[in-house]
Design a protein around this ligand. Sequence first.
Ligand SMILES: C[S@@+](CC[C@H](N)C(=O)[O-])C[C@H]1O[C@@H](n2cnc3c(N)ncnc32)[C@H](O)[C@@H]1O
Length: 261
Amino acid sequence: MVPLTIRQELKRQLAAREDRRDPITTPRVPPRAETLIGGGDFEHVGNEFFGILKRHGLSPDMAVLDVGCGQGRMARPLVGYLDNGSYHGFDISLEGIAWSQIHYADLPNFFFEHVPVYNKRYNRDGDIKGSDFVFPYEDNQFDMIFLTSVFTHMFKADVENYLSQIERVLKPGGKCLITWFLLNDVSQSAEKPFFDFAYDFDKVSKTTTPKNPEAALAFDEVFVRDLYDRCGLTIADIEYGTWAQPDSSFQLQDMVVAGKE
Ligand SMILES: C[S@@+](CC[C@H](N)C(=O)[O-])C[C@H]1O[C@@H](n2cnc3c(N)ncnc32)[C@H](O)[C@@H]1O
């Protein structure tokens, strides 16, 4: 018998699962062989970000959206916390979503959705451009939206569309927390940045890897600030990460916290 690819095997498991909602006893941490996200300790990174979300006002009754949720690294610490709230995550990685759907099947307020957006690194089968994609949610649906290490793999036109979609589905008074690699005077003159964005990709972004730019993209901070402004989101705070500022006490990437009035 021809062995199944990971994608075929996950599809098979999903089909076999149907709508069973048996209690899941796994720790919802992918074993190393099934981990799709490189680097860092899965549990530690998720726990750290959970603390950041709470510091920015997360509460158990909120509706939250995790764009580019992967294998639920940020969802896992919310289990048992979002008791009266809900979690929605979507991603272009079929493997990531299938894994999450299997491992969160017992939770009626956790939803994972695969979307067919193209990305050379994460979804070559996608047939929708990120710049055209309409999020599958209602206007003003979420209290909090977050993206960790997602805009760091997307192009200008795609992040422009995604940020305007984020504004659309965010409730007035809601917050979005998004990680970026921001190009500014400090990061541009850093002696040994963790990532070296040495190659211009377009007028507002640089990459580490010209042959596969989606591997890592950094954006001009002036462009990013202007984009939030154009999308009707007000930046409340920027925390700079250790990737270019080793003395920072924050996580690796920069994070922009913004609100919808
Ligand atoms: C480095 S992983 C981070 C995953 C997750 N946010 C986390 O922190 O564990 C980047 C993720 O972004 C997803 N991604 C890339 N482009 C996307 C897009 N246009 N829409 C949604 N997700 C996307 C990838 O499939 C991948 O799961």
